[in-house]
Design a protein. Structure first.
Length: 180
């Protein structure tokens, strides 16, 4: 229901096959767009979220951005994720070419996957180490910059340079400014 309460969707994802399956499920759940005739036939015989949306004439949100969080502080896009990232982008672009009405209207209709990617894909620096420290130790993320080292439950010390926190915060603030 949270998805239906919005006008636009920013979809976070990692460059992994779980995210690819999640994106496929997202299109099936919300928009009733199935990757195979067999899945469509199965869905026709059960009550689905999308059928309920149609029945009650609810308005679906538009897809605004897909945001990858595999962009590291020092190295840019994580190399190991780059090829899988390409598969995700190709799948999402394919959905755009088949169902452009599901996406927010671009200022100029993209005529290539490269133009589409410039408009609908973003990279955000990740908080993986910070997130693990926060969750493991029960420390709110905003409090982490007060120290540069933390001792994890197994006794290992983890370094969290405060400059990384500021770089990540700047990246998020820059992304938020692009939202319209």
């Amino acid at each position: 229901m949270a998805l239906l309460s919005s006008d636009k969707i920013v979809t976070p994802m990692m460059a992994d096959f779980s995210s690819l399956e999640g994106i496929k499920s997202f299109f099936m759940l919300l928009y009733g767009k199935y990757p195979s005739a067999a899945l469509k036939q199965y869905a026709d015989n059960i009550i689905t979220f999308n059928q309920q949306v149609d029945t009650f004439k609810l308005k679906l949100p538009s897809i605004y951005k897909f945001v990858f969080n595999n962009y590291t502080i020092n190295d840019g896009i994580a190399t190991a994720f780059d090829s899988i990232r390409g598969e995700l982008i190709n799948f999402c672009y394919d959905q755009f070419t088949k169902f452009p009405q599901l996406f927010t209207v671009a200022s100029k209709t993209p005529s290539s996957i490269t133009e589409w990617e410039e408009y609908y894909i973003s990279d955000i620096k990740d908080f993986h180490t910070s997130g693990k420290v926060s969750a493991s130790l029960g420390i709110p993320m905003f409090s982490l910059p007060s120290q540069s080292k933390y001792t994890m439950p197994d006794g290992k010390e983890v370094k969290l340079p405060s400059t990384n926190y500021q770089k990540s915060l700047n990246a998020i603030n820059s992304f938020v400014k692009t939202l319209r």
